[in-house]
Design a protein around this ligand. Structure first.
Ligand code: R5P
Length: 288
């Protein structure tokens, strides 16, 4: 088989290659001055199993088009089977129509991937499990929760509770709770825009408790920031740990996560790498 690295996260592709004891295959991926993507495979893929590591992280559209162009190049070069390793699946939050006259972008992405010959998709903590149903090819939706729980077992203070920041994440919070042997608290979140949310209710007792807030992704950090405020207002101890599978950290996210009560932010390397300028950010790898 051949493992190629897209430009979205070459470090993760290298870590996966190291785990497998293979090298990353040769290709050239560039941008033309007008922003168009250019892909060239520098070795034969004829009849080979081809894997492309390309999370469709921000800039989502660039990385998605690159993945599509790459798969198209493979298909036209007679590749045997093309597997897209997309640890972070962009557009996953558009899994249904939230109102009239809107697209279902996750379905559109699924159709595009299949149209260019992707035969198998591997992803991690897909925002909504039902997205798998938009594909008619195999989709392996893996979870990073066991990997994230490993350091949390050592870090979490006694009496901690796991907090789901909205009802959509209750199942994931329950998985954390089972693995860590702690209880679940649920927040009711109302989203007023792409960057602003508010917490209307805290369901469960957090008085005097350290909290672990979990989520599948941190984008602008608004969800976590509002959750921190709501938990502190409800009497939680100012000892908060945040764990999420995908750290996109767009816009004001770093500032929003800089609250003094937030002791640690733990994410995987699906999108970001460690940053010496942000010492409370901890990374675990999904490469294994
Ligand atoms: C929403 O349902 C997701 O699970 C995340 O809570 C959300 O996308 C995080 O976005 P942000 O960091 O911008 O609040």
């Amino acid at each position: 088989c051949l493992l190629f690295a897209g430009t979205a996260n070459p470090a993760l592709a290298a870590a996966i290659a190291a785990e497998l004891g293979v090298r990353t295959a040769a290709c050239a991926i560039e941008r033309f001055p007008d922003g168009e993507v250019s892909v060239r495979l520098d070795e034969s893929v004829r009849d080979r199993e081809v894997y492309l590591v390309q999370p469709t992280a921000p800039p989502v559209n660039d990385h998605l088009v690159e993945l599509l162009a790459f798969a198209d190049a493979c298909r036209r070069s007679a590749a045997g089977r093309i597997t897209a390793i997309v640890p972070y699946f962009g557009y996953a939050r558009s899994d249904k129509r939230h109102g009239r006259r809107e697209p279902i972008a996750a379905s559109l992405v699924a159709r595009l991937m299949q149209a260019v010959g992707v035969g198998h998709v591997v992803t991690v903590d897909l925002h909504a499990a039902q997205i798998e149903g938009f594909f008619h090819i195999p989709v392996d939706s893996l979870t990073a929760v066991p990997t994230l729980c490993r350091p949390l077992k050592d870090w979490l203070p006694t009496g901690a509770v796991v907090v789901s920041p909205d009802v959509g994440r209750v199942q994931m919070a329950t998985d954390y709770a089972h693995r860590l042997g702690i209880q679940v608290v649920v927040l009711h979140k109302r989203r007023s825009s792409g960057t602003e949310t508010e917490v209307t209710h805290v369901v469960g007792d957090v008085r005097g408790r350290p909290c672990l807030i979990i989520d599948d992704m941190i984008s602008t950090g608004g969800t976590i920031a509002r959750a921190v405020e709501a938990l502190l207002a409800a009497g939680a101890r100012p000892e908060i740990t945040v764990a999420a599978t995908h750290g996109l950290f767009v816009g004001e996210a770093r500032r929003r996560l800089g609250h003094e009560a937030v002791l640690r932010v733990l994410v995987t390397d699906s999108v970001v790498a460690a940053d010496p300028a942000w010492p409370s950010l901890q990374i675990v790898s999904v490469a294994p």
